[in-house]
Design a protein around this ligand. Structure first.
Ligand SMILES: [Zn+2]
Length: 246
């Protein structure tokens, strides 16, 4: 899921579609949407986020914060607002400009997404929001991994991706850990599904406190801070993947 910080001058070029003229607030959520959004969809999103909000907040050790969510009625309106142009079908949610932005789950045209996966996308983007609140840049495999982990995105689709990538894992690991992959490349490598397993494996090896320590630190790379040998970790993680997914 793409996310970026939008610089202030860029902010002014973002025009909210006129149809998005309703605001619903619930607890710490402020949701801007259009009248075409079904009430039951809104309720389902709010309930899903509520159940996970505190866990995420504790993970990043922040006070309760208000989160502004824009739910766009159509993909094209979202892409126009976020990118200023039409985008790829895989772009269904984003965090940037202090906003979590998603497409109405009922209007998503990407056939890999369902109502349930779109609820997870909202939580995924909220995790990015908290990462941004901390203000430090994290390695992509770590920021996407924690977003996938805390939003519970590890499903059949993720498992399928991991199995498909496993035979090429040496080359992929080289690019994931040492390369500088942009979002498209990262997705192509199976980065989201694999990043989940990096976090899962780190939690098993070092525990939640170590991961929290990293995510609230200014380190972009987890290895120095947690005193983990980089190459040993990568080898152990690959071994772990082979055990679980082959
Ligand atoms: Zn993401």
């Amino acid at each position: 899921m793409e996310h970026k910080k939008i610089i202030p001058s860029e902010k002014n070029t973002r025009i909210l579609p006129e149809s998005m003229n309703l605001i619903t607030t619930s607890g710490n959520l402020i949701i801007t949407h259009s009248s075409s959004l079904k009430e039951q969809t809104l309720d389902a999103i709010i309930d899903y986020v509520f159940l996970r909000y505190e866990k995420i907040r504790f993970f990043f050790e922040t006070p309760p914060v208000k989160i502004h969510i824009y739910i766009f009625p159509h993909q094209s309106l979202f892409h126009l607002f976020y990118l200023g142009r039409e985008g790829e079908d895989w772009l269904v949610g984003a965090t940037g400009n202090g906003l979590v932005q998603i497409i109405d789950p009922n209007a998503v045209t990407n056939n890999g997404q369902t109502f349930e996966t779109m609820q997870k996308v909202v939580v995924h983007e909220i995790v990015h929001y908290f990462t941004f609140l901390r203000g430090y840049t994290k390695k992509r495999y770590m920021s996407e991994g924690i977003a996938a982990y805390l939003s519970e995105q590890h499903d059949e689709r993720y498992i399928g991706v991991i199995k498909k990538k496993l035979p090429y894992i040496d080359g992929i690991a080289e690019q994931l850990f040492k390369g500088n992959t942009d979002e498209g490349k990262f997705a192509e490598l199976g980065g989201y599904a694999l990043a989940y397993t990096i976090i899962d494996y780190m939690l098993q090896c070092y525990g939640e406190e170590a991961l929290k320590k990293y995510f609230i630190s200014e380190y972009s790379h987890p290895f120095g801070l947690l005193k983990i040998d980089f190459d040993v970790f990568i080898n152990d993680w690959k071994q772990y993947l082979r055990q679980i997914y082959s």
